[in-house]
Structure formats: structure tokens, C-alpha cells
Design a protein around this ligand. Structure first.
Ligand SMILES: Cc1ncc(COP(=O)(O)O)c(C=O)c1O
Length: 345
């Protein structure tokens, strides 16, 4: 057992022991290998280094109340990686290889697996990259698939408190009919600079609008958006947001709790009508927002409009209920009626 403080561990690139690897060559994936070597050797002409031919996934393993270790909905991540890889013209691991490599990654890094009861979990990062050396702008099936993991606590440094977000008046995330709904590394690269500026201005998150007309809410840089209006869970319908597995699960949890669920376009002005607004995703779980401002981030300081949802740090009752139910299922405190928890051990 490592000497990690499970109560204070954040969300970071914590080095564990074993990486699981497979290589696609000559039309097939090689049998998965384990290595304790955390370095990859790549040809400097490798596609990934020039053209960002790469994608990834993020999912979590939990130690449950009875000591079982489970991975949350890995079949969904396997399917999403296949969808992204297809967009990039890359081969992708099938569901069996994807899930078995995630399982191996957990089993071979057990000393870093957070125990039950600290709100921490093991974050798994499957990564897929095009490694063929070339200059041509054409797909090549030579690919490397690796699963790495890191013990993780809360993404924003503490469990369940509310933060603020900014809608950048001068920056878009995803082009219409572009790559927004795929989990490409390149989508994230373009958000690093506006994130840095937004953080320096005191915001934790960037909330993007649909870039074609800037009339509707799309998603945060790290997660999906949902708002609560009375007894209704409202989340954007858009072809440029990542299909979040957490959001999909929360829509089901909301229905199970007797709420209405609406997946539809959300006009920016409707932000004024929500009782609660939040971010949701594997890393952020549910992170409520107490305030969302619209302002330029790349230049200019003027706040064009503000929407508020209570006090800084405070969390609304519906977000609390959804959070407790979702994490209760993941931690084995509530029945897993939808069969979401995939047992590893
Ligand atoms: C841009 C973006 N949207 C949404 C999500 C949430 O997806 P999921 O719930 O599958 O983690 C993520 C990742 O966590 C993300 O990076």
C-alpha cells in the first residue's frame, strides 16, 4: 500500500507502476503487454507528433463498500473510442481488448487503488495514437494503444462545492460539423490558453456556445452542461458536444428519482431561468456553478452578462441528490439497478 493521503489527493498525473500496451500492425492488435517503463519511443515523423492523430478516454475504477473493485461503464468508453478513432481514420481496440486492458491496468496498480470511503477513485486514461512515420495527410493503421492510470480525488480540489464559469465572448471551441463531439486531444489543445486566462481572471471553467450562431449553450471545456428547472433536468442537444457518459447516467438517475429530463437546445437567455446549473463528467463528477458570466477572455475585461445560482461554494438540493445517487451507485452503497458497475475483482 502506498502512503498517499486519499483525502487530499487531487486530479493530477500521478505516476503509478504499470502501463498496459498493444500495437496495431499488419492488420491486428498485438496481445496486451505490461511494462513498468513509462517512456514511449516514437519516430520523429510519427503522425501524432505533427498532425495530432490521437484520441483518448477517461473512466474510473472504484473500491466499493464491500471491497469489490469495479470500473464504471467501460463498454460506453470503448464504444466512444471506436467512434472517435473512426473519425480519425484509425483502428480502434474492440470492446474486449479495451476492457481487458483497463482491468489489467487496475490489477497491476493495486497499491495505488484508493480504498473505499475517501471520495477518491482510480482514473483510467486509455490513449490511442497514430505512430506511422509520414508527411502525407492520409490515414495509416499503424497505431499504439496504451492504458495508464492515476489515483484521483476531486478535479477541483474538494468534493462538491460550487464554482464560476465564463462564456468566452471571443472564443469558440468546436466548428459546426467539426470535431466537437469526438474525444480528440486536439480539441483540448486549443482550450489551454483561454483556460489559463480564465483561471487568472478567477473562473474555474469555460462554457462554450454553439459556434455557428452563438445562441445556444454547448458544453464546458472539460465536461457537459446541465441545468435544473423545478423538477426538470435540462441538457443541451448539440452535435458539437462530447456525448458524456456521466450525463447519460445522470439523465437515467434523474428519471429514476422521478424527475423530467429534457435534452434540447438551450438558448443562452435560458441560463437566467435555471434554479441550479452544473458541469458533469467523469473527472468533475457534478460540479455546480454559482455564477456564469459572459465576457471576452482573450481581450477586454467588460462582463456583458451574469447569471447567478446561489452563493460561492454552496450546492443546490437537486445537484446534491443527483451526486449522492450517482456516487452511491459507483461506491456500492446503492443498488446498481442498471448494471453499470463492471466487476474487476
Ligand atoms: C469536453 C468534455 N465534455 C464532456 C466530458 C464528460 O464526459 P464523460 O462523462 O464521459 O467523462 C468530458 C470528459 O470528461 C470532456 O472532456
Amino acid at each position: 500500500m502506498s502512503n498517499i493521503n486519499w483525502d487530499t489527493i487531487g486530479f493530477d498525473a500521478y505516476r503509478t507502476r504499470t502501463v498496459i500496451l498493444s500495437r496495431f500492425q499488419d492488420g491486428k492488435w498485438s496481445p496486451a503487454e505490461k511494462t513498468e517503463n513509462f517512456s514511449f519511443t516514437l519516430d520523429p515523423f510519427a503522425q501524432v507528433l505533427h498532425y495530432a492523430v490521437a484520441c483518448f478516454e477517461g473512466l474510473k475504477a472504484f473500491t466499493q463498500k464491500d471491497g469489490k473493485i469495479v470500473i464504471f461503464r467501460p463498454d460506453e468508453n470503448a464504444a466512444r473510442m471506436r467512434r472517435t478513432a473512426d473519425y480519425l481514420g484509425m483502428p480502434a481496440p474492440d470492446e474486449d481488448l479495451f476492457i481487458s486492458m483497463c482491468e489489467e491496468c487496475v490489477k497491476n496498480n493495486l497499491e495505488f487503488m484508493p480504498p473505499y470511503g475517501h471520495g477518491a477513485s482510480m482514473y483510467l486514461r486509455p490513449i490511442l495514437m497514430g505512430v506511422h512515420p509520414q508527411m502525407q495527410l492520409t490515414p495509416n493503421p499503424d497505431a499504439l494503444f496504451a492504458v495508464i492510470c492515476a489515483p484521483a480525488g476531486a478535479y477541483y480540489g474538494s468534493n462538491m462545492r460550487s464554482f464560476s464559469a465564463v462564456i468566452p465572448g471571443d472564443y469558440d471551441r468546436a466548428a459546426p460539423k467539426g470535431s466537437g463531439s469526438y474525444k480528440l486531444g486536439a480539441n483540448y489543445a486549443a482550450t489551454f490558453k483561454p483556460y489559463k486566462i480564465a483561471h487568472d481572471q478567477g473562473y474555474q471553467e469555460l462554457l462554450f456556445l454553439n459556434s455557428a450562431t452563438r445562441e445556444y449553450v454547448d458544453e464546458y471545456g472539460s465536461s457537459n452542461f446541465f441545468g435544473i428547472k423545478g423538477n426538470t433536468y435540462v441538457t443541451p442537444l448539440s452535435d458539437s458536444v462530447l456525448p458524456s457518459i456521466t450525463n447519460k447516467s445522470l439523465q437515467q438517475v434523474a428519471k429514476d428519482l422521478g424527475m423530467e429530463v429534457e435534452k434540447r437546445k438551450i438558448p443562452v437567455e435560458e441560463l437566467a431561468e435555471f434554479d441550479e446549473a452544473a458541469a458533469c463528467g467523469t473527472a468533475v463528477v457534478i460540479t455546480p456553478m454559482y455564477r456564469i458570466d459572459i465576457k471576452p477572455v482573450l481581450g477586454g475585461e467588460e462582463i456583458e452578462r451574469s447569471f447567478t445560482y446561489g452563493e460561492p461554494e454552496k450546492v443546490g438540493p437537486v445537484c446534491t441528490k443527483l451526486y449522492k445517487t450517482l456516487t452511491g451507485i459507483q461506491n456500492g452503497e446503492l443498488p446498481d439497478t442498471h448494471g453499470w458497475c463492471h466487476e474487476v475483482r
